[in-house]
Ligand binder design. Structure first.
Ligand code: WTA
Length: 656
């Protein structure tokens, strides 16, 4: 594709002409796993009509200590994939490749924020994981025990996850940007027996006190017996005798050989907490066999992984993307991957591009919010670097606006790399809607078509399939291997949240529309979930942290569109009658939310309002608040409002 044709197309696409399509080059298609739309359609049809045949073929590319009796047993909403099988997912990520002769291949090429570098081959990874698995066993960790991991992006984060999986323990990774309070809640909900952390982490030249947060979270905790601490930044930390041990010490005497035991396919693999529409995050439970096959297959076809690729996903292991497309998917496929510890703009805005150039990254997977931040920072940071090693780009986490898509395509991809806009969720475990890079005609702004085995539809309230371009609820009509199995300890919430809207179907919580060709456009969340810089947060979580402050009587939180972050957090706060509304208090409340949830949840704006808009039955009318923050006024129906003066006061409050 030459430059002129791209620019002409680019112009058209910014006008939202949905007929502007970007197709992969013949060369790319020829070498891709999936080479043509005919092949995609044939395989997709097979995956829907004969899922057992399709998934058995994929699963057979992996190592099973005992094969399954049934590919799928489905009694909505309970799925059992590969029932009767025994496997070890860590063996598949690591041992399998050493046995296949990839022992000296780089598994992880790691760069720390200060610039320190490490290369870990598959053979070394096997030794590191085995040692740590033996250390966990020596600490008394047993199969099905929960282990909380609170780490920065060091290779040890993945090693800790893999070691848990290897011994059948259930990891629960908590993003390093979350607060002590958040760790505490997750420890309590999961009743974890061990915590794995670091003394601290680097972030934008500063440090994050991880161990100190763990200490605060452990006050009053009765279940945690062991805390293992990796030395990363060398800060002073308190080590509690008998409970706290250095990573370096526990592995010192641990044998470097560990035989991976086979676990049942439905053995729990991990819990990952995510936001929903109540104040309490949901512990999404994933199990082993189906998740392994799902992440392996999606990574292989969507990233078109080949033996000599250098793959880089910029997510953090604290999110589902870091689980499925850093720790599991790429290692299951035996690729070389880059792992970077720090911020994209440290020390300068060219850090990512310098890493791509230095290591010859060929596949790059990041978030639209990062792309928008790079656009803002200026092209000069990109222009300094040779990015010609790239052959494929990806995005995840939120809809990508066509302008950002085109910048990414031209400026980063040089007009030659397909972009896979991948839609999925913590709950789905693996990508669900996505282009396949060697065949799908791509349009900026759409995640395009369902992946193999995904039966996606857009339904209206009466369960009818919506007509083309009419928005409705996105559902998945059939089970898929990497699907969630439960909300940890709360089957009722699992059933109600995901399976209650339409009989036997999974409701994603997203609104979407489908064009005439079947391309799916994600419109955004239908529930009270915010998407701030690709991070998922519940409005209810932010609200409950605000009302926990002694000055606050009531709070309502809504999203406001934001140029870089996608969405910004706007709070309307009613203070207790004796409290003065000051700017100092706004700052205090902002920091308070940061302390309760984590820095990512700090509100962008706080407005003090004498009252919140409510219906006569006392329900907060968020619709009005959303309109108010978007447009500065309220034009919609306010007839159900209990007191219409509230609106005038609110309009005043957002101007202050
Ligand atoms: C949103 C992240 C549009 C969506 C993997 C979903 C997207 C939520 C996309 C899940 C995309 C994710 N286009 N929206 N390509 N990918 N989303 O659980 O609203 O952190 O429901 O998983 O992010 O967020 P989660």
């Amino acid at each position: 594709m030459n430059k002129t044709s791209i620019s002409a197309k680019a112009k058209k696409a910014t006008l939202f002409d949905e007929n502007t399509e970007f197709k992969p080059s013949k060369e790319f298609s020829k070498n891709a796993h999936i080479k043509s739309m005919a092949q995609y359609k044939r395989m997709h049809k097979e995956s829907i009509d004969q899922p057992d045949k399709f998934w058995a073929r994929e699963a057979n590319e992996l190592t099973w200590q005992k094969k399954w009796d049934n590919v799928l047993e489905w009694k909505a909403p309970d799925a059992k994939w590969f029932k009767g099988a025994k496997l070890n997912i860590c063996e598949n990520c690591v041992d399998r490749h050493v046995e296949a002769g990839r022992g000296n291949k780089a598994a992880i090429i790691w760069e720390g924020e200060p610039g320190d570098k490490r290369v870990i081959t598959y053979r070394q990874l096997l030794r590191d994981v085995s040692r740590f698995a033996n250390a966990l066993i020596a600490e008394g960790v047993k199969p099905k025990d929960r282990v909380l991991i609170y780490m920065p992006m060091t290779p040890e984060a993945s090693i800790a996850m893999l070691a848990c999986a290897r011994i059948g323990a259930v990891h629960s990774v908590v993003f390093g940007g979350f607060s002590a309070e958040s760790i505490k809640d997750r420890l309590e909900d999961s009743e974890a027996v061990a915590v794995i952390t670091c003394d601290g982490g680097w972030r934008r030249g500063g440090t994050v006190e991880l161990k100190a947060n763990v200490d605060a979270a452990l006050k009053g905790n009765k279940t945690v017996k062991t805390v293992i601490v990796q030395k990363r930044i060398g800060n002073d930390v308190t080590m509690k005798k008998g409970r706290d041990k250095w990573w370096e010490d526990v592995i010192a005497d641990a044998p470097a050989v560990h035989k991976p035991k086979g676990f049942n396919s439905e053995h729990p693999l991990f819990i990952l907490y995510t936001s929903g529409s109540t104040g309490k995050p949901k512990g999404i439970l994933h199990t082993t066999g189906g998740y392994m096959v799902g992440t392996y297959t999606t990574a292989k076809y969507i990233f078109d992984l080949k033996e000599d690729d250098v793959y880089w996903c910029t997510a953090d292991v604290g999110w589902i993307t870091g689980h499925s497309y850093i720790t599991y998917g790429p290692l299951l496929n035996g690729v070389t991957q880059i792992m970077y510890e720090g911020a994209p703009n440290y020390p300068e805005w060219n850090r990512f591009w310098s890493i791509i150039e230095e290591y010859g990254v060929s596949i790059f997977y990041t978030a639209p919010t990062a792309i928008r931040a790079f656009i803002k920072a200026g092209d000069e940071h990109v222009d300094k670097h040779d990015l010609s090693s790239l052959r494929l780009l990806g995005t995840v986490g939120e809809p990508i606006n066509p302008a950002a898509w085109l910048w990414y395509y031209e400026k980063i991809g040089g007009g030659k790399c397909p972009i896979v806009d991948t839609w999925w969720q913590t709950e789905t475990g693996a990508v669900m809607i996505t282009p396949l890079p060697g065949c799908t005609p791509i349009k900026p702004g759409t995640a395009t078509l369902p992946f193999f085995g995904v039966d996606a539809a857009i339904l209206d309230e009466d369960s009818n399939v919506c007509k083309p371009n009419v928005p409705g609820k996105l559902v998945i009509r059939k089970p898929w291997p990497s699907m969630l199995r439960n909300i940890y300890g709360d089957k009722k919430r699992y059933k109600d949240t995901y399976w209650g809207d339409y009989k036997g179907m999974y409701t994603a919580g997203d609104g979407a529309r489908m064009d005439k060709k079947g391309n799916i456009y994600i419109v955004g969340r239908l529930d009270d979930v915010l998407n701030v810089s690709g991070h998922r947060l519940g409005t209810a979580e932010v609200e409950s942290s605000l009302v926990a402050h002694k000055a606050v009587a009531e709070a309502a939180v809504v999203a406001k569109p934001h140029e870089v972050k996608g969405e910004a957090i706007v709070c309307f706060v009613t203070l207790k009658s004796n409290v003065k509304p000051t700017d100092k208090l706004k700052i205090e409340l902002r920091n308070h939310v940061g302390k309760i949830i984590g820095a990512i949840a700090k509100p962008d704006a706080i407005h003090f309002a004498p009252a919140l808009p409510k219906t006569r039955s006392g329900k907060i009318m968020r619709r009005l608040l959303k309109e108010l923050v978007k447009t500065g006024q309220v034009t919609g129906n306010v007839s159900t409002l209990e007191d219409s003066k509230v609106i005038t006061d609110l309009q005043k409050s957002i101007k202050e």
